[in-house]
Design a protein around this ligand. Sequence first.
Ligand SMILES: [Zn+2]
Length: 383
Amino acid sequence: MKYIVLPILLLCCMACAETQEVANRPPPPPPTMPTPPIVTSPPPAPDFSSVKPRNIILMIGDGMGLPQITMGMYSLGDSTSLEKFPVVGLHKSHSADDLVTDSAAGATAFSAGVKTYNGAIGVDIDTQAVKTILESCEEAGMNTGMVATSVITHATPGSFAAHVKSRQLYEDIALDFLDADVDVLIGGGKKHFDRREDERNLLEEFADLGYTIADFVKQPLASWNTDGADKLLYLTADGNPLPRSQGRDYLPAAASLAINHLDAKEEAFFLMIEGSQIDWGGHANNRDYIISEFEEYNAVIADVLEWAKADGETLVVVTADHETGGLAINPGSTRDSIVAAFTTPKHSATMIPVFAYGPGSENFAGIYQNTAIYHKMMALLAL
Ligand SMILES: [Zn+2]
């Protein structure tokens, strides 16, 4: 028996060792796949009059992440104008110094294609000015505009036409706007123009530069006659405009005025339209505030899309800088009554959807950095 058992044990152990060795061995290399052909340029979009857009309208819903869009969509009866966009992508929203970006770094990524520190307005991580798409458009002879439902000197519009090291420097941002030659400026913050620490009256200085100027006290925006005007500056409030639920209603009229004014000129245009207060609803962890602001922005998106469809030469890109509130739509929600839960009164780091329509829109599919939005727009404008 001894003579038989020992070789069997030996064989058994060898088999075990063999099994062990197989388990430790690295997996075999995958079979060689044929190299796919390199696509040098995206196929032309046959539905549009030209592959490259003449104009770009960039719409930034501040704090409008996927939960905000979803909540707004359900509250609108399971429908949003964003569904009409044929191209959807996602951007990685983080800034240079924090996974959770603020609106200044987020907007500077869109405006200048650089990741910078939170709080930076049109400057890089070394506080050096970086040229923005709006400035490049102006240099190339295009016209430009910005519309916001915050002060016009706030972080998002500020980052397109100013270069200051901190978003708090509202008066310096207004000063930089003097040099930027933006053709249409509509938003709040009149006090940053005419009640300044340096006692300059920028409204007079803008008028000297050829701007036609009005404000919420003198003239309702909806009936403002701008016939024959060259550049427009309309200030909608002394400080920040009210929430929509408290009576602010100028955004649809402002967007329409800006588009019509810019479109009437001979040159092409770049326009940024911000729905600023979706973010503030998020900071307040206030479901109804978010829904109310989203509903208005959604309606403006629908208007812009309709205009772009008729125009045929305009690229519309809708996105957000970041999500705000860490919003979740919890169990028990119905379309009439969303059970909203928030994880933070601040921003969150989730990826952000991008919606594109028009010539060149196919370039906005996929997942990419927030800075790529700048690079894609610049490549399409080919200035
Ligand atoms: Zn915010």
